[in-house]
Design a protein around this ligand. Structure first.
Ligand SMILES: [Zn+2]
Ligand SMILES: [Zn+2]
Length: 168
C-alpha cells in the first residue's frame, strides 16, 4: 500500500496574496485509469498558490515516473510524465481546503503519450518470427519490404498511366 496521500488539497488559510510555494508527493493510486503505463509512486507536485480577490490561483508542475512497454519491440522502458503548465483557478470555498485532485488527475491523463517507443529508430519485432530486430536480423520477408514493393508497384502503375495520358 502507498503511504502517500491520494488527494491534492491546499489549506485555504495558508494561501496569502503574496502566494506560497507548495511541494507535495501524492499516491499514484489517484490515477485509477486504464492505461498501458504502470505509474511509480509518488506523483510530485510543485506549485505556487496565491490569493486573487475571492479566488485562489494555483500553477506549477506535476510529474510522475512510469514504466511501459515499447510499442514496437515490447521492451520495458521508463518514462517521465511531466506537465509543466498545471493551472487551476478556484473560488475560495467555505471549507478549510480546496481539493484539486480532479484537475491534477485530468492534467496527467491528457499529458500521456498515445504510444511510447524505446527509441525513435526502434526496429521492432519481426511480425513473422518475432525476432527483436534491434538485437538480431532474421531471414523473413518483412512488412516494411512488402509495403515498399507495393508503393513501387503503384509508382509503375502511375508511370504507365502518365505514358498512356501522354500518348492520348
Ligand atoms: Zn523498441
Ligand atoms: Zn523474422
Amino acid at each position: 500500500m502507498s503511504h502517500y496521500p491520494n488527494r491534492f488539497k491546499i489549506r485555504v488559510d495558508s494561501v496569502t496574496s503574496m502566494g506560497i510555494d507548495i511541494e507535495s508527493e501524492l499516491s499514484v493510486l489517484l490515477l485509477d485509469e486504464d492505461t498501458p503505463l504502470e505509474f511509480i509512486d509518488p506523483i510530485t507536485v510543485k506549485v505556487h498558490a496565491s490569493k486573487v480577490e475571492r479566488s485562489i490561483a494555483v500553477k506549477g508542475t506535476i510529474s510522475v515516473r512510469a514504466k511501459a512497454a515499447c510499442a514496437r519491440c515490447l521492451n520495458e522502458l521508463n518514462y517521465l510524465v511531466e506537465r509543466d503548465n498545471f493551472f487551476a483557478f478556484v473560488k475560495i470555498p467555505h471549507d478549510e481546503n480546496i481539493d484539486l485532485t480532479e484537475q491534477l488527475r485530468e492534467d496527467i491523463i491528457v499529458s500521456l503519450p498515445i504510444r511510447l517507443l524505446c527509441s525513435d529508430d526502434c526496429k521492432g519485432l519481426c511480425d513473422v518470427c518475432g525476432t527483436n530486430l534491434n538485437e538480431r536480423t532474421c531471414e523473413c520477408t518483412h512488412t516494411e519490404f512488402i509495403k515498399e514493393s507495393a508503393f513501387d508497384g503503384l509508382d509503375k502503375l502511375m508511370d504507365l498511366k502518365n505514358k498512356q495520358d501522354n500518348e492520348n
